[in-house]
Design a protein around this ligand. Structure first.
Ligand code: HEM
Length: 426
């Protein structure tokens, strides 16, 4: 099927609602995804929207014709910049200059260099420490939930576990997690939707966060025996050494890439599992044996990173669309994971599905996620504990009444009322 359909007001409005993170659009983007999949590549103002798996994979793989610097260059940021007043433009440029140092927003040699450094920091020793901690933290969060009588599993457990893990990874005191979550939410609101107030707030939050990380780095410098990930990044040999701003950018991406994604996976995953009691029962029947398959299917179905941005650096053809260089591309990852050309009955959650694997939830190609192991480890620890300790867990609210917050990239349940049932000793 070709892609060059005439733009439709209805499609444009629905895409606008999604990118503006309208709560209804964020809650249920899936009908729009199927619509986009049936239309193919779609020109939406200055942006081209791509949803089919085949196209998404091709674009993520092709770093010759597509750049990751879509926040800085190309049709969408150009259109936004043109609307800004001088002091807003200054904030935009400062934010963009800092973002140029973030690994996932770099290309070519700069990207390869940053990736080699961070890759080494995720060494087997660091991962083994985390493996131990994930079980301890999961049990502790459930213990606290039971002791306090809390009923919202999202605020008691799923929102906290990923941040605790990242704090441990980065050697940040757990008591400072709320502070980090605050900055993360403010910076995360500015995800290409072109809202000036969000831009200004993200800029201020980034400056505060930068000062905070710089202070932490100073403290670590005074503790040469420290072996955590940031120390490893700081201690890289001369030719690999990160500048101070690069180090701040690395801490920032690890925090955001590691926390927002996994929060969505655990929180939305609980919602999905408990809204599909047949699948929960199937899981309980052999939770150890099914843990791997269930994790893969959850990651496909939820697509914790719903969207990615790219910008063309050369003329390209996407299906029937001739796309000029400098065009912003919006990749609907959540749609690609539900492409009927790849997955049978894609909107069905099925933990026995054999073909969950080819999902693109962790990306594809040169920027493939560096935290897959950690994310899967958290998912297994959390659902493993829930199944063995609270097999009778149930939603106590209508699944349709659950609301979602976040933004076009990370949609996450705002709360999830459950009854844990008679727990087995943990
Ligand atoms: C369910 C959880 C997660 C999902 C779905 C996820 C997804 C992704 C995706 C889609 C990308 C590719 C971005 C692109 O191509 O532009 C990515 C990159 C990345 N992820 Fe994850 N991620 C998860 C967890 C984590 C964790 C726990 C960490 C580390 C603490 C992490 C660290 C990174 C880093 C550093 C990159 C950048 C890699 C690069 O640009 O070369 N992620 N992730």
């Amino acid at each position: 099927m070709g892609g060059d359909f005439a733009p439709s007001a209805d499609t444009d409005e629905r895409l606008s609602a999604l990118i503006q993170s309208h709560p209804d659009a964020i809650k249920s983007p899936f009908a729009l995804y199927q619509h986009m999949l049936s239309r193919g590549a779609y020109r939406w103002g200055e942006t081209v929207v791509v949803s089919r798996m085949e196209d998404v994979r091709k674009i993520l793989w092709d770093h010759k014709n597509y750049s990751n610097r879509a926040h800085a260059i190309g049709s969408r940021p150009d259109a936004f910049r043109a609307r800004l007043r001088p002091h807003e433009l200054q904030a935009f440029d400062e934010l963009t200059a800092f973002e140029e140092l973030i690994i996932s927003r770099t290309d070519g040699d700069q990207h390869q260099r940053l990736r080699a450094i961070v890759h080494r920091a995720f060494n087997p020793q660091a991962i083994a420490t985390l493996e131990e901690l994930v079980g301890v933290f999961t049990r502790q969060l459930f213990d606290d939930m039971v002791a306090s009588g809390a009923t919202d599993i999202a605020s008691a457990v799923t929102r906290n576990l990923p941040v605790m893990m990242i704090c441990a990874l980065l050697n940040v005191p757990q008591s400072e997690a709320p502070l980090i979550q605050g900055w993360s939410a403010r910076i995360g609101k500015n995800r290409g939707q072109g809202v000036v107030a969000d831009l200004m707030d993200a800029h201020d939050a980034l400056m505060e966060f930068r000062d905070y990380v710089r202070e932490k780095i100073e403290l670590l410098r005074l503790d040469p025996k420290s072996t955590n990930l940031v120390s490893t990044l700081m201690g890289a040999s001369d030719e690999e050494r990160l500048s101070e701003d690069e180090l701040v950018a690395m801490v920032l991406i690890l925090l955001f890439a590691g926390a927002d994604t996994t929060k969505a996976l655990l929180g939305n995953g609980t919602h999905v599992f408990l809204s599909n009691p047949d699948q929960w029962r199937l899981f309980l029947a052999d939770s150890q044996g099914r843990l791997g398959g269930a994790t893969d299917e959850l990651i496909r179905y939820i697509a914790p990173v719903q969207t990615l941005w790219r910008v063309t650096t050369a003329p390209v053809r996407i299906q029937d669309l001739e796309v000029e260089p400098g065009t912003t591309i919006l990749l609907l990852m959540g749609a690609a994971n539900r492409d009927p050309a790849v997955f049978e009955e894609p909107d069905r959650f099925d933990i026995t599905r054999e073909e969950s694997r080819p999902h693109v939830s962790f990306g594809f190609g040169t920027h493939f996620c560096l935290g897959t192991h950690l994310a899967q480890m958290e998912c297994r620890a959390y659902f493993g504990e829930l199944a063995t300790r609270f097999p009778e867990v149930k939603l106590t609210q209508d699944p349709d009444s659950v609301t979602f917050g976040g933004n076009i990239q990370f949609r996450t349940v705002t709360g999830l009322q459950v009854a844990l049932g008679a727990g087995r000793s943990g």
